[in-house]
Design a protein around this ligand. Structure first.
Ligand SMILES: [Mn+2]
Length: 326
């Protein structure tokens, strides 16, 4: 990567560089139900650290989604054991995670001597690390890995370029969401120049469903209903649907394809009567505030929370809150 002035303002960049230089063995992790940005960012940072002669292991709270198995290093990702390791890691990097409460069993990998660095781009990110390389100005945590690697003088390889590119593509929906900045596009160009195969990554990310899952998507769309004068779309997936593999589709995005819809909601019944709620908005509504009203968080255009009850209760509660913001 060219070593010139950083493309983005990161006040804690010097502290992040010192953190990397002071460590020998690094553990890299992300939030529970780690998404494409978290997986790709961890793998890219692992390669950057190894290029500096460091040892780096990716350990996630749960098994990574096989959708990302084309990324080099995916098969070596470890999953947190119920038995945490006897010797705890001294340097832990937590990517794409706004709060320490969201790393699940990885918490058991930390003791008083563990130095923690956070790389995150959520608006509501808490500075829970000793070093916090965080800014909502970045499209993704993977983009932050690019800026960190660049400041470390890392020479991009095709492998790392492709990993970072995938994380960015995932979080920006293919450079389409509002969190895409001019800097994101510049970084994207550098990554493609360095060998990221943009057609392959887009294909693997967006055209990578099995036929049964695609059929389930059809069923999910059948459940789509409009509320609040057709400005809110709600899809509902039962526990049985999720068991069928429906969890692998980001069904919430489909609600926004309806012209009149401003806010799209997906209710996924993770366990009976416990719903994971995903919220998306087209332009105006800050769905992070809606999620926050129920203890959740995220971004202005994409957020989530959890609610308990039967589907009618959950939907009623959400619609009452959404209506305040329409
Ligand atoms: Mn992210």
């Amino acid at each position: 990567m060219p070593r010139k002035k950083s493309l983005i303002d990161l006040p804690e960049l010097p502290a992040a560089l010192a953190f990397v230089r002071s460590g020998k063995r690094f553990l890299l992790t992300s939030h529970v139900n780690c998404d494409g940005d978290g997986v790709a960012g961890c793998l890219a940072l692992q390669n950057i650290l190894r290029s500096l002669g460091k040892s780096a292991t990716v350990v996630l709270p749960d098994p990574p989604n096989p959708q990302y198995d084309f990324l080099e290093g995916w098969a070596q990702i470890e999953t947190a054991d119920s038995q945490p390791p006897a010797s705890k890691s001294k340097h832990l990097v937590v990517l794409d995670c706004p709060a320490l409460t969201r790393i699940g069993r990885i918490e058991e990998y930390i003791d008083k001597g563990t130095k923690v660095m956070v790389l995150d781009h959520h608006q509501d990110s808490l500075p829970f690390g000793h070093v916090n390389l965080t800014t909502p100005q970045s499209s993704s945590s993977s983009e932050l890995v690019y800026h960190l690697g660049s400041a470390l003088g890392f020479q991009l390889t095709p492998t790392v370029a492709e990993q970072i590119y995938m994380g960015i593509l995932f979080d920006t929906g293919g450079f389409r969401y509002a969190l895409t900045t001019p800097t994101t596009l510049e970084v994207g160009a550098q990554l493609v120049r360095a060998g990221a195969r943009l057609d392959l990554v887009a294909d693997r990310l967006f055209n990578n469903q099995s036929l049964p899952v695609l059929k389930l998507l059809g069923r999910a769309l059948e459940s789509l209903q409009l509320y609040c004068g057709d400005r809110v779309a709600v899809v509902h997936l039962s526990h049985a649907d999720l068991d069928g593999g429906m969890d692998h589709i980001d069904v919430v995005n489909y609600g926004l394809m309806v012209q009149s819809v401003e806010v799209s909601v997906a209710l996924k019944e993770e366990t009976p009567r416990r719903y994971r709620v995903s919220l998306r908005s087209r332009q105006r509504v800050d769905v992070r505030q809606i999620a926050a009203a129920f203890g959740g968080g995220g971004h202005a255009r994409a957020s989530g929370c959890r609610l308990e009850g039967d589907v009618q209760q959950v939907r009623r509660q959400l619609l009452a809150e959404i209506e305040k913001h329409l």
